[in-house]
Design a protein around this ligand. Structure first.
Ligand code: ATP
Ligand code: F6P
Ligand code: MG
Length: 329
């Protein structure tokens, strides 16, 4: 049995499918090793407001397949201030919580680092975000489910796009990262993809669309919301003057990308990471994040996970280009 007696778990930042599977794994592994596991509601916001409750096996029964997070999540401006964090730590002390497992994105890790630096609270970060934009892991929890959601939606848009011979600009999430856009473009057979990591040239895009349209008169352009030329609507407006005679439409997929039952991949990833996080805290480790590289779980300093965005793989763009419909096919 572990010397560690009380740990806290929270979800923070944008929710992602698989967060519940992760909470479940933490609670089950923790209780199994004699640890009391406390759930902190709505991330750092609930920590500041003292909304903390002990979790039992029953609390995590039948949640592995649920999207969202049973603990709730939030973005907290107050936690960015020292006063906010002091209040949060006072609440942790009230419940005698000794260490934390944080499920979230890069911002959540940065918040956790502040707790470790200022108050010496051990933390383990788990990558819970659809964006797949965290250094130190090939995959984040929720990304796979999100990709599948996007691909399903684009398949449907393609049906109407090709029936009406229209060019569709489909906007997907990714404020600063093109991962969702690039890989959903490959998986849905999109004709072009626009991502923040590469320069978008409007005239070149128009030329590409005309080429694509020589035979099929319909194409799908996936646009990451963070593209420097704007979202799907803005880009459609910018390209319009160069595409006389074409029917253009746009669609913003929005928050459906964050919801839904997690894929088997995300459930397994979340479960492995949740159990590993408890083991690491029992071993006395602190300030680590868990990632999956290839098939293996790896532990890195959590600082690595806060070092900005991960750039997508250029080979994905080359792959798409090599598949473009050529003039005489
Ligand atoms: N530098 C920081 N210092 C203290 N707290 C921080 C810091 N950065 C972020 N946080 C806290 O972490 C919360 C979550 O961060 P953020 O909103 O960036 O989401 P995230 O964890 O990156 O997830 P996602 O990008 O998937 O939505 C913030 O609302 C804030 O409370
Ligand atoms: O729901 P909110 O807070 O507007 O967040 C939207 C953002 O969250 C993310 O989905 C990450 O969870 C980004 O890709 C997106 O820009
Ligand atoms: Mg983030």
């Amino acid at each position: 049995m572990s010397k560690l007696k009380r740990i806290g778990v929270l979800t923070s930042g944008g929710d992602s499918p698989g967060m519940n599977a992760c909470i479940r794994a933490v609670v089950k592994a923790g209780i199994g090793k004699g640890i009391n596991v406390f759930g902190i509601e709505d991330g750092y916001k609930g920590m500041i407001e003292g909304r903390i409750r002990q979790l039992t096996y029953m609390d995590v029964n039948n949640i592995i397949h649920l999207g969202g997070t049973i603990l709730g999540t939030a973005r907290s401006e107050a936690f960015r201030t020292l006063e906010g964090r002091e209040q949060a730590v006072a609440n942790l002390k009230k419940h005698e919580i000794e260490a934390l497992i944080l499920i979230g994105g890069d911002g959540t890790y940065a918040g956790g680092m502040a707790l470790t630096k200022e108050f010496d609270i051990p933390i383990i970060g788990l990558p819970g975000t659809i964006d797949n934009d965290i250094h130190g892991t090939d995959f984040t929890i929720g990304y796979d489910t999100c990709l599948n959601t996007v691909v399903e939606a684009v398949d449907k848009i393609r049906d109407t796009a090709s029936s009406h011979h229209r060019v569709f600009f489909v906007e997907v999430m990714g404020r600063a990262s093109g991962y969702i856009a690039l890989n959903s473009a490959i998986a849905s057979g999109a004709e072009s993809v626009l991502i923040p990591e590469t320069l978008t040239e409007i005239q070149l895009l128009a030329k590409e669309i005309k080429n694509q349209n020589k035979g099929i008169r319909s194409s799908i352009i996936i646009v990451a919301e963070g593209d420097e030329e704007g979202g799907a609507k803005e880009i459609m407006e910018k390209v319009k003057p160069y595409l006389e005679g074409y029917e253009l439409r746009y669609s913003v997929l929005g928050h459906i990308q964050r919801g839904g039952s997690p894929s088997a991949f995300d459930r397994i990833l979340a479960t492995r990471m949740g159990v590993k996080a408890v083991d690491l805290l029992i071993e006395g480790k602190k300030s680590l994040m868990i990632g999956q590289i290839g098939r293996d779980l790896v532990c890195r300093n959590i600082l690595e996970g806060t070092t900005g965005n991960v750039s997508t793989d250029d080979s994905g763009i080359e792959l798409l280009k090599s598949l473009l419909t050529k003039g005489n096919f």
